[in-house]
Design a protein around this ligand. Structure first.
Ligand code: HSE
Length: 318
């Protein structure tokens, strides 16, 4: 039991769903971008959203304050229903991640909503216990249960979260000296639609190939084997169906590879594209990826992050 705090601000970082090689079950946190949720107790009886602000600090033009339609409040309500002690909660959601960007925007809001609301509880839960509540929010946005954005946003770093193990997840070690570069082209991809467009079955040949890549990639992370990491950061199953949504994809990948990236593929359902590279190459890789995108007339932004970026946290508690 703790003293009651009245005003909480929590941060949920962006994330790279699939981490390229593990569709729906591997994810990577990204430093430098994320959503903030401010929470306070009210005399009401449920979770409400009083404002949603966009990247420019203005009221968000698309996201509504309907608490049944916002991933932050859906996650917060699920937690409050299970552990709240009466009264309501008001949330303000400040988006720091572009929508439909492949950067785990809906997951970051859900995670920040759960973390902020948790800090209002008389006896807050451990961070591990928040996963199922954050997942409720993510489920609303993406139309399926996959924790590959929510889990890294909550815990940080590289997380293995196959549905068969949920709510248990496995935090994997990350090799020293490897950076993540993420390029966000100014394009939109709706994750739910992109998931519906995927084929419902996959050949034995591709399934075996991808299993080998995933196993090899995890082993590479566990043994600091950067060479093996480069050989295994590939997606032979999902990427071929999605890369057509991102017109600059092939050129960006080629630019990353020419500047020394270990591997480069889609982040989540795209349009963002991420690369892993040795630390000293990261800035060059980022500018080459940006340039390859801009020459096609597509605006973009890039981030360079450590592979073990921190997860969500309470920023302030008054
Ligand atoms: N695993 C999800 C997908 C991530 O690829 O559809 C979405 O960010």
């Amino acid at each position: 039991m703790k003293d009651m705090s009245d005003f909480i601000t929590a941060f949920g970082p962006a994330s790279i769903g699939n981490a390229g090689v593990g569709f729906d079950m591997l994810g990577l946190a990204l430093a430098g971008a994320g959503d903030r949720v401010l929470a306070r107790r009210t005399n009401g009886d449920r979770v409400t959203v009083s404002e949603v602000r966009g990247l420019d600090g203005e009221l968000h033009p698309y996201l509504s304050t309907n608490a049944d339609e916002n991933t932050a409040s859906i996650a917060a309500q699920a937690l409050w229903d299970a552990h709240g002690d009466g009264g309501g909660v008001e949330l303000k959601v400040h988006k720091g991640i572009p929508l439909q960007s492949g950067m785990g925007s809906s997951a970051a809001s859900a995670v920040a909503g759960a973390v902020a609301t948790n800090a209002l509880l008389r006896t807050p839960l451990k961070i591990e216990a928040l996963l199922p509540y954050a997942l409720e929010g993510e489920k609303y946005a993406s139309g399926g249960v996959h924790a590959d954005n929510v889990a890294p946003s909550l815990f940080g770093g590289l997380v293995l979260c196959p549905a068969v193990l949920l709510p248990e997840v496995i935090q994997l070690p990350t090799p020293a000296g490897v950076s993540v570069v993420l390029l966000h082209p100014d394009l939109l991809v709706n994750t739910a639609e992109s998931r519906r467009a995927l084929p419902k079955s996959v050949s034995m040949k591709l399934w075996l190939e991808q299993q080998g890549l995933l196993a090899g990639f995890i082993h590479a992370c566990e043994t600091d084997n950067i060479d093996l990491m480069g050989k295994t950061l590939r997606d032979v199953v999902i990427e071929p169906h999605r890369k057509g949504n991102v017109v600059c994809f092939d050129d960006v990948v080629a630019a990353a590879s020419k500047t020394g990236a270990l591997g480069c593929t889609l982040s989540g359902s795209g349009p963002s594209i991420f690369a892993l590279c040795k630390d000293p190459d990261a800035r060059n890789v980022a500018s080459a990826m940006e340039q390859a995108c801009r020459v096609q007339g597509i605006g973009c932004q890039s981030w360079v992050s450590a592979m073990n970026a921190p997860g969500a946290f309470v920023e302030s508690q008054l």
